[in-house]
Design a protein around this ligand. Structure first.
Ligand SMILES: [Zn+2]
Ligand SMILES: [Zn+2]
Length: 302
C-alpha cells in the first residue's frame, strides 16, 4: 500500500517535471548559492523560490487526491486541508512558501487551528515541498561538477542542499562508511562515524546506540551529551542506498518503532520540518563549522 503511494507520487512529480525543474526556483540564485558549498554551507536560501500559484494549487490538489486514495484514515483531514487551500488560493501558495522556508511554528499553529495532528501536517508538508527541493538538488548535482565542487566532500551534520539535519543514516558493513540522507530533497552525503552530527562530540563514553528486540539492522545512534539521536540502518555497501530511489524516505517512515524506543530512553526528537540554521548565512552555522573544522585538524595532527 505504502509503496503504491510512493510509486504514484513519483509519477505525479514526473508529470510536473517542467514546472519543478525549470520554473519553480531561480536558477541564477541557485548557481550563485552553489558557491556556498565551498564554504561548507548549504545552497537553498529563502529567496530562491518562484512559486506559481496555479501550478502549486494543482499539485496540492493531485497530492490530496493521492492521499485520499491510499490513506483512507486521513480522508477527513485531507478534505479539510484541501477546502482551506481551495478557498484561499493565495494562502495555499503562502503555505508552500512557509514549508520551503522551514517556518515550522507557523505550520504547527495552522495545524492546531484546523485540528490536525503534527505528524499529519509534517508529512503532508514534506510531500508538498519535496519536488521543489529535489529540483534544486538535481540542479546542484548537475552544476557542481563544472564548479569542481564535490558534493561528497561535504562532511557535516546538515544537508548540503537544503540545510536540514540528516533524517536517517546508513552504515556500510564493508567500508564502515556513514552515509547521511535527507528526506526533504533526496540528497546523500558522508559523515564521520564516531562523532555526534548534532553537537560534534567524539567522546566515546557519550556515544552509543540502541536497538529494539529482533531488529538488528535498525538502530538509534544516540549521544548522551546533547541527547539527540539519529536513526541508522546497517547495509552491506553503498549500492544498497543509491540504487533505490527514495530509499531514505521509505526507511524513515517504516522505522517509527526505533523513535519510540529512543524517546522512551529520554532522547530528544525534534521536528524534522525546521532547520537548525536560519539559512546559510546564520552566524551559528559558522560556529558549527568552526567546531567541525577544529576537530578535523585536531585528528589530522595526531
Ligand atoms: Zn536536503
Ligand atoms: Zn551530541
Amino acid at each position: 500500500m505504502f509503496m503504491d503511494f510512493i510509486n504514484s507520487y513519483q509519477d505525479l512529480i514526473k508529470s510536473y517535471a517542467k514546472y519543478f525543474n525549470d520554473n519553480s526556483f531561480n536558477q541564477k540564485i541557485a548557481e550563485t548559492n552553489i558557491q556556498l558549498l565551498k564554504e561548507k554551507k548549504y545552497v537553498i536560501t529563502d529567496e530562491i523560490w518562484n512559486i506559481d500559484e496555479e501550478q502549486n494549487l494543482r499539485f496540492i490538489f493531485n497530492l490530496t487526491e493521492l492521499l485520499k486514495s491510499y490513506g483512507k484514515e486521513y480522508i477527513k483531514d485531507v478534505e479539510n486541508l484541501w477546502n482551506t487551500f481551495n478557498n484561499d488560493i493565495p494562502f495555499s501558495r503562502q503555505f508552500t512558501i512557509n514549508v520551503l522556508q522551514n517556518k515550522h511554528k507557523i505550520i504547527f499553529d495552522f495545524a492546531k487551528d484546523k485540528g490536525l495532528s503534527n505528524d499529519f501536517i509534517t508529512f503532508f508538508s514534506i510531500f508538498i515541498a519535496y519536488p521543489y527541493r529535489e529540483a534544486v538538488a538535481s540542479f546542484v548535482k548537475s552544476k557542481s561538477d563544472s564548479y569542481r565542487i564535490e558534493l561528497k566532500n561535504h562532511v557535516s551534520g546538515f544537508c548540503p542542499v537544503c540545510g536540514h539535519d540528516a533524517s536517517i543514516s546508513y552504515l556500510t558493513e564493508k567500508e564502515g562508511k556513514k552515509i547521511m540522507a535527507c528526506i526533504h530533497c533526496g540528497t546523500y552525503w558522508l559523515f564521520r562515524r564516531l562523532k555526534c552530527s548534532f553537537c560534534l562530540t567524539e567522546d566515546k563514553n557519550a556515544l552509543g546506540y540502541l536497538n529494539i528486540e529482533d531488529e538488528k539492522e535498525v538502530s538509534a545512534y544516540v549521544c548522551d551529551k546533547c541527547r539527540m539521536y539519529l536513526k541508522t540502518i546497517r547495509i552491506k555497501d553503498d549500492d544498497n542506498v543509491y540504487a533505490v530511489k527514495w530509499r531514505a524516505i521509505i526507511d524513515y517512515l517504516s522505522s517509527g518503532d526505533i523513535d519510540i524506543a529512543a524517546i522512551q530512553n529520554k532522547y530528544l526528537k525534534e521536528t524534522i520540518l525546521g532547520t537548525r540554521f536560519n539559512g546559510p548565512n546564520d552566524p551559528n552555522i559558522e560556529l558549527y563549522l568552526n567546531k567541525l573544522q577544529n576537530k578535523i585538524t585536531e585528528i589530522d595532527s595526531h
